[in-house]
Design a protein around this ligand. Structure first.
Ligand code: WT7
Length: 647
């Protein structure tokens, strides 16, 4: 598909960035005067409690510092500073799984966040710098908890509710959390689903730093209770005062940690900063979603992922808009649920993942036509490359051929969007992330830093630091340097490697081609192959394992495991089920394998490195073009190929 879709002129005339000329004006300003570009926005957008004295400090690269010595508080930026003008405007519209809805104004949000901050401070002694783990469903109390931490300067670390007790325990221990905030459970597809028991299991295995567990009531199911450790939010919250002064935070104080997968077995605690993060969250909300007065913004992510952090909570609230939080799934009670919500809440921007678009298309192709979606202006996608058929359906049927689609490319580590169309400016090529946003210096290069020729695949890199970038891996600065900054330098400074491949066409459009490392993208979620392999190896029958991504109609990629058994006679379907059970216990249901094959061995080089590229080709049914002569046993490739073909 090489058509170009131009911005709707009606829409473009009032857009935040209304033309490519306006885009280039901004981008050229950034190129000419990088510090001045960022200073202008930092001064305009942020309510500083004390001024910063330097825009960007690169003296300890790649440990960059932005807006040094400035003071601010993100809960002030998201709540208090709006109260004069927006106390009665909805901050959050919550819709529960069963259709129950709650509208929370900025005034009410303020009251509830202040009370929760007081609860954390007065009852549990939570203070600046403490780590607080959230294992929460998508309910308003999750937002209150995040903002209450922020108010006190405590560092939250949200663990997605689909992770297992083992995974939760590991994250609690790595962050040395003082308190865990959770809920009894959640409603999903009309049924109760439990969370508190997972916290109990995690803490029975470890997590000794945890002094208290704060439990919010949601589904009212019976739960176990550990006297002295467990505390009821609902019983304690009313007694709290609704005034809790916010802590003045340094620009570079950590705002939150969020664990993500990398190429080793241990997840990385991505550490984000206060000022730079909130600035870019707010700017991208305004630019990429072209926010206007009275907009209602719905991002379907879970707060357990970066998309939920930046585009359900921090970005929308910093920008003073109304954000939608949804507890359920978009296909329950039927495939029209999402579109009914768009209609009922007058949603103007809808932001979701390609996997959800494919699912909604497959299960309810004509459903969007049954609802009034006329308020929609911008549609967004994130998490993985979108395929042209899904793009087309989204554009024509959901957007009625009048909404811009923003294919936003970014990562947990980037904090906010990096490459994306601007809805009022960019002529869009379907399924293409298009151009770097103003202020972002994106380049496609070879490992040594030389530019990749047009039309060829190279490494997607960002060559200048940007405000919302990852600051560190919690407790592991060496890993931070190694994981993101190779030896490659530009103008003497380290270059950030995203881990993705990309290609630029003759018009300068960037298309993301997928990961270049051992990471699989399952339904827009990042899974490290090493992490899944480490889980599988815990099963006694397994001698060796290699895991690769396998193309999947809905999920984008599913997980495929090659298993080498200690005793080949153990091979059975029951064993596959048992291995998936181990994965569920170690990581969670999100990492289950779609398929497995028992093989006599996996292809390894003479130095013992598994040749995953060959295994990927085999599972895709592609011809093997890789050189197999360097393998310890080249014949294994043909044996495995035959086994997989047969299965
Ligand atoms: C990885 C980051 C960013 C929030 C959701 C996932 C892939 C992300 C796109 C896109 C192609 C994309 C990349 C990236 N990705 N957006 N628009 N087109 N690929 O966050 O878990 O940190 O994963 O998702 O591979 O590196 P994450």
């Amino acid at each position: 598909m090489s058509e170009i879709y131009y911005p709707n002129p009606e829409f473009a005339k009032d857009a935040a960035i209304p033309s490519m000329d306006a885009y280039w004006e901004l981008q050229n300003k950034a190129i000419e005067d990088y510090d001045g570009f960022w200073k202008g926005f930092a001064d305009e957008k942020i309510e500083w409690l004390a001024p910063y004295d330097k825009v960007l400090d690169e003296s300890d690269a790649p440990f960059y510092k932005w807006f040094t010595n400035g003071k601010l508080n993100v809960s002030n930026q998201c709540i208090d500073r709006h109260l004069d003008t927006k106390a009665d405007q909805n901050a959050i519209i919550f819709e529960g799984d069963k259709g129950d809805a709650e509208h929370i104004t900025y005034g009410q949000l303020s009251t509830r966040v202040n009370k929760m901050a007081n609860l954390l401070k007065n009852e549990f002694g939570v203070k600046k710098g403490d780590r607080v783990v959230l294992y929460m469903p998508m309910i308003p109390e999750a937002a209150y908890a995040m903002l209450a931490c922020t108010r006190l300067g405590a560092i939250h670390s949200i663990v997605f509710g689909g992770f297992s007790s083992e995974a939760l325990k590991d994250r609690i221990e790595d962050a040395e959390a003082k308190i865990v905030i959770t809920a009894d459970g959640v409603f999903r597809k009309g049924k109760p689903y439990m969370l508190k028991n997972v916290v109990d299991d995690a803490l029975s295995q470890g997590g000794k730093s945890v002094e208290a567990v704060l439990v919010v009531k949601r589904n009212n199911e019976e739960i176990a209770w550990v006297e002295g450790r467990d505390h009821s939010y609902n019983e304690m919250i009313n007694a709290q005062s609704d005034i809790c002064p916010f802590e003045p935070m340094d620009s570079e104080d950590p705002l939150f940690l969020l664990y993500t997968s990398g190429s080793t077995g241990k997840p990385k605690g991505v550490q984000h900063s206060t000022a730079g993060y909130i600035l870019w969250a707010q700017m991208t909300m305004e630019w990429v979603f072209d926010l206007r007065k009275d907009d209602v913004f719905w991002c379907t992510a879970d707060i357990g992922w970066i998309t939920g952090h930046t585009y359900i909570i921090y970005g929308p609230l910093a920008a003073g808009t109304t954000t939608v939080m949804f507890e359920g799934v978009p296909t329950y009670p039927d495939a029209g649920r999402a579109w009914k919500m768009v209609q009922d809440h007058n949603i103007t921007q809808f932001y979701t993942a390609p996997t959800a678009i494919r699912l909604l298309n497959k299960t309810g192709e004509d459903e969007p036509k049954k609802y009034d979606l006329s308020k929609l202006r911008v549609l967004g996608t994130v998490g993985e490359p979108i395929d042209p058929p899904a793009w087309k359906w989204y554009y024509e049927v959901v957007g009625n051929s009048k909404c811009a689609i923003v294919d936003t490319y970014w990562q947990t580590e980037t904090g906010g969007h990096m490459i994306s169309p601007l809805p009022g400016a960019t002529p869009i090529k379907p399924a293409c992330a298009t151009f770097a946003l103003p202020g972002i210096m994106a380049e496609i290069i070879e490992e040594d830093g030389t530019p990749t020729p047009v039309g060829e695949k190279g490494f997607m890199c960002i060559t200048r630091p940007w405000p919302s970038m990852i600051r560190n891996i919690w407790g592991d600065p060496e890993r931070f340097k190694k994981a993101y900054f190779g030896d490659c330098k530009k103008d003497g400074k380290p270059v950030y490697f995203t881990g993705d491949g990309a290609m630029m066409d003759e018009d300068g459009y960037i298309t993301i081609t997928g990961r270049t490392d051992d990471v699989i993208n399952v339904s827009g979620h990042r899974m490290g192959t090493a992490e899944v392999e480490a889980a599988i190896k815990k099963h006694d029958a397994v001698a060796a394992v290699a895991v690769v991504g396998k193309p999947h109609d809905i999920k984008g990629e599913g997980i495929f495991a090659y298993l080498v058994l200690k005793n080949p006679d153990d091979a059975s379907d029951e064993l596959k089920v048992a291995i998936n059970q181990v994965i569920k216990k170690e990581i969670g249901a999100i990492a289950l394998c779609d398929a497995m094959a028992f093989v006599p061995d996996v292809p390894k080089t003479r130095s013992g490195k598994i040749m995953r590229r060959i295994l990927r080709s085999i599972v895709k049914g592609e011809e093997i073009t890789q050189d197999t002569s360097t393998l310890e046993d080249p014949s294994i490739v043909w044996i495995i190929e035959a086994i997989v073909k047969e299965a």
